[in-house]
Write a protein that binds this ligand. Structure first.
Ligand code: NDP
Length: 407
């Protein structure tokens, strides 16, 4: 049915590529392109002969001309950007120049300022519309499935949603005192930033990790979770009409937070360049180089993830609460595709989002966040492709749990 050019062959990219190959009816052909071509070649070798025709290429996704040349050579129907958020705009520019559909899993963030915002990508709306091509922003789990869950909730369960709490729990244990489950640089930038949530039309800022709650997660049990700013808050606050508050919580263990604090205190998480032995280096990038590669955590990680959304609102004039979530097992993911659940829960929705575009279900010229599209075929595909969802119509709301604010 179609051909995808997949840029990036890291933790997330490798899962998405496995899933595209499992779905070879839709992904008849893929080209895997990344900075380090050997990773693409290794994966091609593993997956060749399973139905999807695979080619590989080297590309610097910071360079628009190189990207245009590659797209013109490969002639894909869609470009799946599974590199880093820094490359979003160059890849979108190349898609515009070649009139090719675009999809990513994380919103643009300038490399020199730890601030992600949709404004840069939303700026492309008119140009994508005029070019007759679709851009799907944030088709991972969060953002991604959390937006689809929201669209599903408003379509099938509520007349009005007033409150959304997104809960991201990773109870996986990789046995290292400190490692990040996806790109360490992106992960540390995210968790060391100030917290923020949206209430009554305004953003409320908190200190990093200031707000802590304990939640009893289905199939996992009680975990400490902390309020963070997360990018889907920005788009959902706009796209869910009548919303009064939206927050995002992520679980962290004590060891992770103690290490992070220490690294912060000694300056290792800084993105300000410093001089080291006559060379300019960025401490956070150096730290990334010494930490375990997230793609290597797969064989060591045990336990489960549970990511979902608790909605509160009105249906037929009555108050209603609804929790929809997915539980994913690290070891089961590893057995299936050789990666842990954090990469799996992002790579599967990336494949599904691209499938939505290639099959014409989400094919609408312009730039869209996932919640702006019909959730039904995506929800069905989640069940089919490895991320089944579960529902609870009487969940414990976050604010009824032990409310312990961190000092
Ligand atoms: P990795 O660091 O494991 O992989 C990134 C890949 O992109 C690597 O293959 C890397 O190449 C390649 N790359 C980086 N820069 C360039 C460049 N300039 N040109 C070409 N290729 C490049 O990251 P992850 O797989 O963990 O994350 C991928 C994306 O997914 C990130 O944007 C991340 O923010 C997002 N994400 C989204 C989630 C969600 O739920 N929505 C959750 C987790 C991640 P090389 O091998 O040479 O380094």
């Amino acid at each position: 049915m179609g051909k995808a050019l997949i840029i990036g062959c890291g933790g997330v990219g490798q899962v998405a590529i496995h899933k595209c190959v499992q779905n070879s009816e839709v992904f008849e052909e893929i080209c895997i392109a990344s900075r380090t071509k050997s990773k693409c070649d290794e994966l091609k070798e593993k997956l060749d002969g399973r139905g999807t025709k695979i080619t590989t290429a080297q590309v610097d996704a910071d360079n628009v001309d190189e990207l245009i040349a590659l797209i013109e050579e490969v002639k894909p129907d869609i470009v799946m950007n599974l590199a880093l958020p820094y490359q979003d705009l160059t890849i979108m520019d190349a898609c515009l120049a070649t009139k090719t559909h675009y999809l990513d899993t994380a919103n643009y963030e300038p490399e020199d300022t730890a601030k992600f915002e949709y404004k840069w990508q939303w700026d492309y709306r008119e140009r994508f519309e005029k070019a007759g091509i679709t851009a799907i922003l944030g088709s991972g789990f969060d953002p991604g499935v959390t937006g689809v869950f929201s669209a599903h909730a408003i379509k099938h369960h509520f007349d009005e949603i007033e409150y959304i709490d997104i809960l991201d729990c990773n109870a996986g244990d990789h046995g290292y005192p400190f490692a990040t489950n996806f790109n360490p640089e992106i992960n540390i930038r995210e968790v060391s930033a100030k917290g923020r949530y949206w209430e009554n039309g305004e953003w409320v800022e908190t200190e990093p990790m200031e707000i802590k709650r304990v939640y009893d997660f289905p199939e996992i049990g009680e975990k400490d979770m902390y309020l963070l700013y997360h990018e889907e808050l920005e788009s959902l606050a706009v796209n869910i009409p009548g919303l009064k508050r939206i927050r995002f919580f992520m679980t962290f263990g004590e060891s992770y937070l103690t290490h992070l604090k220490c690294l912060e205190n000694v300056g290792m998480t800084s993105i300000e360049p410093i001089q080291f032995e006559g060379k300019e280096i960025i401490p956070l990038q150096f730290l990334k180089a010494v930490l375990p590669d997230p793609a290597s955590l797969g064989p060591r990680t045990k336990g489960k993830t549970n990511i979902g959304c608790i909605f509160r609102g009105k249906k037929d004039g009555k108050d209603k609460t609804y929790y929809v979530y997915n539980v994913c097992d690290h070891e089961a993911c590893y057995r299936e595709v050789g990666s842990q659940a954090v990469s799996y829960t992002t790579g599967v929705p990336a494949m599904i989002g691209a499938m939505m575009v290639l099959t014409g279900k989400w094919n609408k010229p312009g730039v869209y966040n996932v919640e702006e599209m019909d959730p039904d075929p995506f929800m069905e595909a989640l069940n089919k492709w490895g991320l089944p969802w579960q529902e609870d119509f009487n969940p414990v709301p976050v604010d009824n749990t032990t409310a312990r604010e961190a000092e």
